[in-house]
Design a protein around this ligand. Sequence first.
Ligand code: CA
Length: 521
Amino acid sequence: MQRLIFPTTALVMLMCITSWSRAAEQRPNIVFIFTDDHCEQALSAYDPSRITTPNLDRIANEGMRFDRCYVTNSICGPSRAVIQTGKYSHLNGFIRNGNRFNGDQQTFPKLLQAEGYQTAVVGKWHLASTPQGYDYYDVLKGQGPYYNPPMITAGENGEPVTRKHTGYTTEIITDKLLGWMKEKRDPAKPFMVMYQHKAPHRNWMPAPKYLNWLDDVTLPEPETMYDDYSGRTQSAGRQTMTMRQHLNPRDLKLQGHGTMNPEQIKVWDAAYGPKNEVFEKSKSGMSEKEILQWKYQRYAKDYLRCVKSVDDGVGEVLDYLDSAGLADNTIVIYSSDQGWYLGEHGWFDKRWMYEESLKTPLLVRWPGHVKPGTTNDDIVSNLDFPETFLDVAGVEIPADMQGKSLVPILEGQTPEDWRTSFYYQYYENPGGHNVARHYGVTNGQHKLIHFYALEGKKIDDWELFDLEEDPNELRSVYGDPAYAEIQKYMKSELGRLRTQYAVSPDDDPGRAKRQKPKQQK
Ligand code: CA
């Protein structure tokens, strides 16, 4: 009997291995490139007025640029948790920075791994718990500094160990990513790698080679830079994220060297010293407006300098995919954890449901599937990313994920039942920059926002915007009789989406104060 079983089992095994390796050959690799706080205003495929990003633009030119990619909760850690799970913050449990991600729950890398994908994450992680579902991880500790970052990886016994590094963080992350692709991965398996930068997050410290780049340029100011917030409810005026008042001397490079070593400090001081001297000498004679203009130029240039290093790294990775013969069977996705105010409304930072921070860049190149040089304005979201990765890999999408695969859209066929409105919710108040808790709905033409808690107290403020008449969202038309029908419709959409996504009705303003993250294991 045993003799009979053995050859049958061996045959079945052989058949499995053969079909599995054939599938492995064909299944696409996934390279997910992710940045922190990178907005469309600083990516030339979207807006060429301030910077040229030739390598990021290559992804757009050879693929698809999405013009309405919205995030569900415009803040760093929560956006990452949405991408791991395909679920809104209230269901994945990571609602604000300072939370700790429960990595025991279902995540897309675990599902890919179970189907034979090799999975890796390199760079910024920012979810406090140790990454699960990855064959390889090498991630920044917490936010991570711009210079000489400690990074956490699995040691020889599999336990996390922290290693020190010398150099510029964006370049180190790129080198590690390339090192993994060239030397550590198993070429017999398809892979999914998350290549995630800290840049261009606050406090925007550029690489040594870009410290003087843009010195001879005057950047254009955003139209809304002198916004006085008078056309909206109290919330817009109560935040603490203005360039005028809330950029600190470290943000402005008037003091501080972060984690730089003496050699790096020397290069840094040689670049900023003379520039700062000019400012210190002339500031007593400058008007308040001129000082704001100086702050904008200083801050925005440093931000763009950080983006420049990201763009360089993306170029190196795209070149490697070409030279290794991987480009044709690899989908490359570029996005950021949310958008950002590069001086619009007088602000830096994110958090709001207003356009600049609600939107995030999304570029996708997938040879043979995405028509090069195309654009799309369907309402898509970071909520859709994990479903898309699974679909690309041919892995079943679990029914409890709340987004949808973008594969049909990438292939030029938007499904007829694709979403036409989008639900947003932000929770981090009390918290950094004092942006009120709010939720809302947008369909791209109109946007309804309900601010419900500020400084630990319940509030009940509503705003409605006509995005076609007022794309900069300077004047709320909530309560305007001319918009009564639209207001009623948007309220019903809001209720419908809150039910669809199982949003709890009682978000208590005193709840979820900032928790200190537990020590990373
Ligand atoms: Ca962020």
